[in-house]
Design a protein around this ligand. Structure first.
Ligand code: 5GP
Length: 208
């Protein structure tokens, strides 16, 4: 069977609890590696460079794009965000299941390049709950919150391009379900095409 790790993209409405979900998934199971993104946005209070993001300026980000260092990148609310390619490739080859917590434009770039990637979309139980969570985290101004709610309308239109919905109502349940979906993906027929080819050859030899 395929021993390369599964590449999973987790997107979702801003405020759906993606960050918390991903952190818990990684702390509860040891097969996951989280890709740290690069961004040109300013660090929020408490964010650590190299842990939450690699914080770099626009010219440096643009050089990285030109040098082919980014697996994907997108502009979100006036800033660049992107996934450094090398870490992802190394971790997948080492059999780690890599998680990218990125928005949808980046998600579709990844899927185009690596069709075996798994696309998951996190949603809260309702729009009202989304607004409550955005306000409750006290990290954005009311204007930014409204911007994120407007963007959620756009995002709701592209959810059908994802493969699974993760309903983040009870966090522990959502973490467990996310883990199960990713682990089940390891047994998909398309992922194991080479293994099936090998069995076919062996059968021919064995039967003679
Ligand atoms: P925030 O500023 O709240 O940390 O992130 C804003 C949005 O950017 C979120 O939807 C987050 O998932 C997305 N994002 C974070 N890192 C990346 C990345 O490397 N690539 C892309 N395309 N989006 C990202």
């Amino acid at each position: 069977m395929q021993d390369r790790g599964v590449l999973t993209v987790i997107s979702g409405f801003s405020g759906a609890g993606k960050g918390t979900l991903v952190k818990k998934l990684i702390s509860e199971y040891d097969n996951y590696s989280l890709s740290v993104s690069m961004t040109t946005r300013a660090p929020r209070e408490g964010e650590v460079d190299g842990k939450d993001y690699f914080f770099i300026d626009k010219p440096a980000f643009e050089r990285n794009i030109e040098n082919g260092m980014m697996l994907e990148h997108a502009e979100y609310q006036g800033n660049y965000y992107g996934t450094p390619r090398e870490y992802v490739e190394k971790q997948l080859s080492a059999g780690k299941d890599v998680i990218l917590e990125i928005e949808y434009l980046g998600a579709f770039q990844v899927k185009k390049m690596l069709p075996e990637a798994l696309l998951l979309f996190v949603t809260p139980p309702s729009a009202e709950e989304l607004l409550r969570r955005l306000r409750g985290r006290h990290t954005e101004t009311e204007e930014q919150i409204q911007g994120r709610m407007k963007r959620a309308i756009e995002e709701a239109d592209i959810v059908d391009k994802y493969e699974f919905i993760l309903l983040n109502d009870d966090l522990d349940t959502c973490v467990r379900q996310t883990h199960e979906i990713i682990q089940n993906a390891k047994f998909s027929v398309s992922r194991n095409a080479a293994f099936i080819e090998e069995i076919k050859k062996e059968l021919t030899v064995t039967v003679g």
